[in-house]
Design a protein around this ligand. Structure first.
Ligand code: GDP
Length: 314
């Protein structure tokens, strides 16, 4: 079994590639829920939805989030009714949030809700939230404490962040299947996701990081930093704030206790040469995923790197 840890837009691209090269029953995707938001009374799980839409080919190619070819008529109407409108939900996307919210209100867990939504969307891979309990990523900024979506969407991540916290994480538990998947995995992959706000919340759930440290399977991280900068979003700035620096060395630092193989971009070949050591393999390839071929090739390359690592360790 192959497991992949991911956030939303960046990570989903690699998850789509993995779906092309791994049998669905052998693929488990563990998803960040620190960005979840209560919006218009509905429970929205943006990263889970990106993964579900990505795996069922519903994901909007132009936006990278939400449903392809969606309309925003409800959003327009909400605006006219004086409701908050800075967070965009499409009309078709709303059906997912209505369904999830109804299931949660009926007493189902988030993991059960996610499994049922995945099944309705024809997805055969296993998609697990990091936890069934509510964990909220909070950012202490120059404008006060904000939720992740307030920072990322409303403020367009243009304000300085002093600290990132994962509210509720200390008393949360991994969702059913998370620890078991880590223990049973043949390869563990971290998709190119923001190490601070997409992977940080997952690793903050008590038990997950320890299970990764103990795991027999090789752990490969695909760098979200290319040429010293984030491909999209605030990963570089947030990593600098954490004291990790915006570079592939910074990515290695973020995962230093669990990392076996770092998959970096060819643009970072010089930095990669400087970092290679007995205990860390750093491999370079094209990591920018524009087409489905790019996604599949990067997935194949990462799996191959894990297989080589496994045979070297055997
Ligand atoms: P979010 O929930 O929308 O923030 O999504 P993720 O955390 O999964 O992804 C965002 C991260 O992915 C950013 O740090 C980007 O630098 C990185 N990213 C986005 N697209 C690509 C890509 O094609 N290749 C690589 N290597 N990184 C990417």
């Amino acid at each position: 079994m192959i497991i992949v840890f991911t956030g939303g837009t960046g990570g989903t691209k690699l998850v789509q590639g993995l779906q092309q090269v791994v049998a669905p029953e052998d693929l488990t995707v563990i998803v960040n829920t620190g960005d979840d938001i209560e919006w218009w009374g509905l429970h929205v799980s943006p990263d889970i939805d990106s993964v579900l839409y990505g795996l069922s080919d519903l994901l909007s190619k132009e936006r990278g989030w939400g449903v392809d070819d969606d309309s925003f008529r409800c959003l327009e109407r909400m605006k006219q009714l004086g409701q908050p409108s800075w967070f965009s939900l499409g009309d078709l996307d709303l059906a997912t949030h209505l369904t999830r919210t109804a299931m949660l209100r009926a007493g189902k867990s988030l993991s059960r809700t996610t499994a049922e939504l995945a099944s309705k969307m024809g997805i055969r891979a296993r998609v697990l939230p990091m936890s069934d309990e509510r964990i909220s990523t909070m950012l202490d900024t120059a404008k006060g404490t904000l939720t992740f979506q307030e920072y990322f969407v409303r403020e367009r991540h243009q304000i300085a962040v002093r600290r990132v916290r994962f509210e509720g994480a200390h008393r949360a538990h991994p969702a059913p299947g998370v620890i078991e998947s880590i223990e049973a995995a043949e390869a563990i992959i971290f998709a190119p996701s923001n190490p601070v706000t997409s992977i940080g919340p997952i690793l903050a759930v008590p038990g997950i990081r320890d299970a990764l440290r103990r795991a027999k399977a090789p752990v490969a991280v695909v760098s979200p930093i290319v040429g010293g900068e984030a491909v999209t979003g605030p990963a570089g700035a947030l990593m600098t704030m954490m004291g990790w620096e915006s570079s592939i060395a910074g990515v290695a630092k973020a995962y230093e206790d669990i990392l076996d193989v770092l998959v970096a971009d060819r643009a970072d070949e010089a930095a990669a040469s400087a970092m290679r050591s007995e205990s860390l393999r750093v491999l370079c390839t094209n990591t920018i995923m524009k087409s489905m071929d790019d996604k599949r090739e990067l997935a194949r390359f990462t799996l191959e790197a894990c297989a080589v690592q496994r045979s070297a360790e055997a």
